[in-house]
Design a binder for this molecule. Structure first.
Ligand SMILES: Cc1ncc(C[n+]2csc(CCOP(=O)(O)OP(=O)(O)O)c2C)c(N)n1
Ligand SMILES: [Mg+2]
Length: 669
């Protein structure tokens, strides 16, 4: 044999040994936990070993290095693959004890990878399809940041490991279509093409030619034997060179190495069993005790973890050599800084709205707020799912991003609400930009799984959801959200804002952007609403979640609680009641979640006595928590209808008269 062949042979053997370490750790951890998914880690161990040993740019000692390559395990059930890699590469917090405690309470090694639990986990995955769609956002952020700061400073790839399930999900269609269109050439998907999912062979459910599908969407595609390290390396090297995103379909055997179970769904999501594990050890020629990796092999792996250290130091030196102002901007953007003028801009907007007292739809006042913020906040990145004009998310001074020009700050996401929400998570996770985008509130359900993942991952993402009630009028019940507000409020770690006027819109934006560890939804009207906050106050009252908008002249007999466009109805009802001699307070409640955080004394002061009427043109579900013993809700019980907004409010009885009547009924006067 000549030396080249010998070297190749040596490389293949080393890679195979390295991959076997992943296989052994994975099957043993799943066995010990008595639950988990050995099939994927064992099947994709060869691909992952080549990627981590030869391509992935990272430094295990500096997991947050901004210019690292991202690795997203979209098929999150294969978590043991990622945990094994992190342990083997020497990430500090991924100890062998963590591997032994796989899936146990308090362990970093949760059932599915959880963002924030351990370093090196780029995002939470488990809901299939989310990983690949989120990675599109990461690759988009990389391309945009590189467009601004140059390849010297921003030069990394986003790798995704996706399975059959990820590619069956509809979300994958939105993601690959969008990525292909934008020519996100640094996105490389390694498809675990094993032809197996939980119910058995994928031929049970799909006849899709994935290569053709990706190719149609503008991707570079190829097949590779997922157990041939040299072929895998060639495929990745090629993928890095193309000017399109790349799909590498890796033909693998699920559960590779388990002689009786490999290639079958039996390895997907259950421990292999002691007997099969013993046979797998023989088959793989792995003669080590559970959780033991021989020293020389661990050393090879650890050196992979350190491979990027010099590259990182060189990068650091280049950053330090940047002109001061540029470096400052780069670091501010990575830090998600809102800019020194942020508060000033918000205050100026509030002052102007209070002075001018416009009658504007809140989606329009939101657009005005964005027009001021887009210049003040360095990383603000807006967009819409094909409703730019309707959502008011495209400030007049914004510029569109196109496949060949990423210098703009506005993204046309197309009619892809789910893909958009997932991409925004990816943009936020990547760092450098603060994503916001719009669609209709009724279609929040299309985005919901990604909104949920963003909430779980504590990402600052702003979802602008306009046309927030029957007040949108003639488009009818398909477009009129009823249960969406309640269902979004039910989601942990999500802030739902429903501002009543332009001033509250400015305040809600200030809150949403200041909330660095939770996403927000801004529910905005299609129809015009009057300015209710006519006296300028510096304090951000929306930050309290709810506040007394009007205090009664005399003793408070009842409290009217309302949000958004219904606050004006509450004020009107209060006037009617006052004329009748009944003094009531009016509370605007733009954000329940923030109100919940206030002191009990403040909440009590705002909510008042036992007689309360809530007014919201939406499902009453949830309001009971803010009500007293003599209380009720004026809201919606079924779907809406197609008519003018005025007619609909009358028809569904969401009127000042109805509120007035309700208070008198409750007070029995
Ligand atoms: C949205 C979503 N639906 C269903 C599941 C449950 N689930 C987990 S893995 C899986 C099968 C995935 O098959 P594949 O991606 O081929 O993984 P493999 O069996 O090859 O490891 C399913 C249905 C999930 N995690 N997410
Ligand atoms: Mg599969």
């Amino acid at each position: 044999m000549d030396t080249k062949v010998q070297q190749d042979q040596g490389r293949i053997e080393t890679r195979r040994e390295m991959a076997n370490a992943i296989r052994a750790l994975s099957m043993d951890a799943v066995q010990k936990a008595n639950s988990g998914h050995p099939g994927l880690p064992m099947g994709m161990a060869d691909v992952a070993s080549v990627l981590f040993a030869e391509f992935l740019k990272f430094d295990a000692a500096a997991p947050d290095w901004p210019d690292r390559d991202r690795f997203v395990l979209s098929a999150g059930h294969g978590s043991m693959l990622l945990y094994s890699l992190l342990y083997l590469c020497g990430y500090k917090d991924m100890t062998i004890d963590e591997i032994k405690n796989f899936r146990q309470l308090g362990a970093r090694t949760a059932g599915h990878p959880e963002y924030g639990y351990a370093q090196g986990i780029e995002m939470t995955t488990g809901p299939l399809g989310q990983g690949i769609a989120t990675a599109v956002g990461m690759a988009l952020a990389e391309k945009k940041l590189a467009a601004e700061f140059g390849k010297e400073i921003v030069d990394h790839y986003t790798y995704v490991l996706a399975g059959d399930g990820c590619l069956m999900e509809g979300l994958s269609h939105e993601a690959i279509d969008f990525a292909g269109h934008l020519k996100l050439s640094r996105l490389i998907v390694l498809f675990d093409d094993n032809g197996i999912s939980i119910d058995g062979a994928t031929s049970l459910t799909t006849s899709m030619n994935q290569l053709n599908r990706f190719e149609s969407a503008g991707w570079d595609v190829c097949y590779v034997d997922g157990h041939d390290p040299a072929a895998i390396a060639d495929a990745i090297a090629n993928a890095k060179q193309t000017d399109k995103p790349s799909l590498i379909a890796c033909k693998t055997v699920i559960g590779f190495g388990a002689p009786n179970k490999q290639g079958t769904a039996a390895t997907h999501g259950a421990p292999l069993g002691e007997a099969e594990i013993a046979l797998a050890r023989e088959t793989l020629n792995w003669n080590h005790a559970p959780f033991e990796v021989p020293e020389d092999l661990l050393k090879s792996w650890r050196s992979c973890g350190q491979r990027g250290a010099d590259t990182r130091r060189q990068w650091q030196a280049r950053v330090e050599a940047m002109p001061a102002a540029r470096r400052e901007r780069f670091e501010a953007m990575l830090g998600g800084y809102l800019g020194q003028d942020f508060q000033k801009v918000i205050l100026a907007l509030k002052q102007r709205f209070s002075d001018e007292q416009p009658k504007l739809a809140t989606r329009q006042s939101s657009q005005q707020v964005l027009e001021s913020l887009i210049d003040a906040v360095p990383g603000l990145l807006s967009g819409s799912a094909d409703l730019s004009g309707s959502n008011g998310t495209r400030p007049a001074n914004a510029a569109s991003i196109t496949p060949d020009d990423f210098s703009g700050n506005y993204i046309h996401y197309g009619v892809r609400e789910h893909g958009m929400a997932a991409a925004m998570n990816g943009i936020a996770l990547h760092g450098g930009y603060i994503p916001l985008s719009g669609t209709f509130l009724a279609f929040a359900d299309y985005s919901r799984p990604a909104i949920r993942l963003g909430a779980l991952m504590k990402q600052r993402v702003v979802h602008v959801m306009t046309h927030d009630s029957i007040g949108l009028g003639e488009d009818g019940p398909t477009h009129q959200p009823v249960e969406q507000i309640a269902s979004l409020r039910a989601m942990p770690n999500l802030k739902v804002f429903r501002p009543a006027d332009a001033v509250e819109v400015a305040e809600s934006w200030a809150c949403a952007l200041a909330e660095t560890d939770s996403p927000s939804v801004l529910c905005l009207t299609r129809q015009g609403v009057p300015t209710l906050r006519t006296r300028h106050r510096r304090e951000n009252l929306c930050a309290r979640g709810a506040y007394l908008l009007r205090e009664p002249a005399g003793r408070r007999k009842a409290t009217l609680l309302a949000t958004g466009s219904e606050v004006q109805i509450a004020l009107e009802a209060a006037d009617m009641l006052a004329r009748f001699g009944v003094e009531v307070a009016v509370v605007s409640m733009p954000c329940w979640e923030l109100f919940e955080k206030q002191s009990p004394e403040y909440r009590q002061m705002v909510l008042g006595g036992e007689c309360r009427v809530a007014i919201e043109a939406a499902s009453p579900m949830g309001w009971e928590r803010w009500l007293g013993r003599r209380s009720s809700v004026v809201g919606m019980t079924g779907f809406g209808a197609s008519a003018t907004a005025e007619d609909l409010y009358q028809h569904f009885g969401i009127t000042a008269q109805a509120v007035h009547d309700e208070v008198r009924r409750l007070l029995q006067i």
